[in-house]
Design a protein. Structure first.
Length: 136
């Protein structure tokens, strides 16, 4: 049996530390890949998050609303099947891969919910009217 040297002990300790670090990094990734059971519509995609709750409120004098969108089409792909309105005009929203939301008005400022996207749009509009966004 080879004699233990400081070099061998340190090498074994480094290998154990690296293995422990790999397991610590892999564990959160494994839970992130676990199926997420959200709304009944998520049967087509096991990792689909639950749909945001509907809302209807007045924010800074503007009526903002959000609700599940029906009919599929463009919103079914980008907006996750969710529609947002500011004073009755649809605000085009999109859900990012990380679960955050952006709108056509505040495109470079992701927020956690469609309600926050509507509020950010009202803040950005500074009293201006939201114009309809032409969907191609």
């Amino acid at each position: 049996m080879p004699e233990l040297s400081r070099r061998r002990v340190l090498g074994a300790a480094a290998a154990l530390a690296a293995a422990a670090g790999t397991q610590a990094v892999a564990a959160p990734a494994a839970t992130a890949d676990a199926p997420h059971h959200g709304s009944p519509d998520s049967s087509h995609s096991p990792a689909a998050p639950a749909a945001p709750a509907p809302f209807d409120e007045v924010y800074k004098g503007r009526r903002i609303q959000g609700r599940p969108a029906g009919g599929g089409g463009h919103h079914q792909h980008h907006g996750g099947g969710y529609a947002v309105f500011v004073d009755g005009v649809e605000l085009h929203v999109m859900q990012n891969a990380d679960g955050t939301w952006i709108s056509v008005v505040s495109h470079y400022d992701p927020v956690p919910t469609p309600r926050a996207a509507a509020r950010a749009a009202v803040d950005e509009l500074q009293g201006a009217r939201l114009l309809p966004f032409p969907a191609n």
